[in-house]
Design a protein around this ligand. Structure first.
Ligand code: ZN
Length: 329
């Protein structure tokens, strides 16, 4: 039995059912793409330190993280991978996966923290359902809350593996979490400067979870992913699931960036001055024109600024690019 296959066979909703592995781990399929995993009873009271959400496929064409989650599911089901934390696995957008697209109606990762209330799109309904399951999961116990939302990027990147750290308001950035992400093979971390409709901001802000949007490389089709490229991240997740990860240690060489400009598309005159195939994290010298619009332009303010996530064809009023610069935690 496959978590991925079951999800694709019932992309809109699925009746709840459950099974127990031979080593006593409970697998509860709560709805389509939503799987609750609980350690065997005796362990639960002793060793559960964390309540972990591991999500993938929030963008339907980002297949590698979905294959990673399927692999973890297979190892848990066979008993090969021990479970010593409470887990919630989520495959975000099954209908978009089936049509091999980022989304069906609109970007799911802009609709969390109640942003779905203004819409009746497929993704808005999905955001609502995911929020309900995550809320129940986190409120079931008082273990430390974690969330790793796994993605792959549309374009190539000078730094291939990196995480976006949601805006924390008054909370402190966690160096222990950043050290864990570095052990997972991440090269950079990008500190957000304001609230967002992302899944990771929702879990971070509503539940005080250590949450991250994690970019693991370039988008490819199912079966085209070189899974050896994700070995370090897989090992990090296995250590987390089995309880071996205890979040000690400090970051070493991982690069830290903060947002210096959020470039918003203001009118139909909007233009991005970066090549279609330019890589995320490309470095620019001071004074370089990156974007222009009616009565607006963005030129880099100092040497060493870089851009990430440029998309020119967003609706007016939405973010078209982030400009970032090196910082420290
Ligand atoms: Zn994505």
């Amino acid at each position: 039995m496959s978590f991925l296959k079951t999800t694709l066979e019932n992309p809109l909703s699925a009746p709840a059912h459950s099974l127990r592995t031979h080593n006593g781990v409970d697998l509860e399929f709560l709805d389509t793409g939503i799987l609750r995993v609980s350690p065997a009873g005796a362990l639960a009271s002793q060793k559960n330190n964390y309540r972990v959400v591991i999500s993938c496929g929030v963008h339907g064409n980002e297949t590698a993280p979905i294959e990673m989650v399927e692999q973890l599911f297979t190892e848990i089901k066979s008993g090969e991978l021990a479970v010593n934390n409470e887990l919630l696995f989520i495959i975000g957008n099954p209908p978009a996966m089936i049509q091999e697209s980022r989304f069906v109606d609109e970007n799911l990762n802009r609709l969390f923290s109640g942003q779905h209330t203004a819409s009746e799109s497929k993704e808005a309904n999905r955001a609502r359902l995911i929020e309900e399951h995550v809320t129940r999961f986190y409120q079931e116990g008082d273990e430390g809350r974690l969330h790793y939302d796994l993605h792959t990027a549309i374009r190539g990147s000078e730094l291939e593996k990196f995480a976006v750290y949601p805006f924390l308001h008054e909370r402190q950035w966690s160096t222990a979490q950043v050290a864990f992400l570095e052990r997972c093979g991440l090269e950079a971390i990008l500190l957000s400067s304001k609230p967002a409709g992302t899944f990771s901001y929702f879990t971070s802000n509503h539940f005080g979870a250590h949450s991250f949007t994690i970019e693991l490389g370039k988008v490819r089709k199912f079966g085209d992913n070189d899974m050896s490229n994700f070995g370090q991240a897989m090992q990090g997740l296995r250590d987390l699931i089995s309880g071996k990860e205890n979040f000690d240690g400090k970051p070493n060489a991982i690069q830290v960036f903060s947002v210096v400009e959020e470039v918003i598309k203001r009118s139909d005159d909007f233009k991005l001055h970066v090549a279609d195939d330019a890589k995320n994290f490309t470095v620019f010298p001071k004074g370089h024109l990156l974007a222009s619009d009616k009565d607006y332009e963005y030129r880099t303010q100092r040497d060493g600024e870089r851009f990430v996530f440029p998309i020119a064809n967003v609706p007016i009023g939405q973010r078209a690019m982030l400009v970032i610069a090196p910082t420290t935690l």
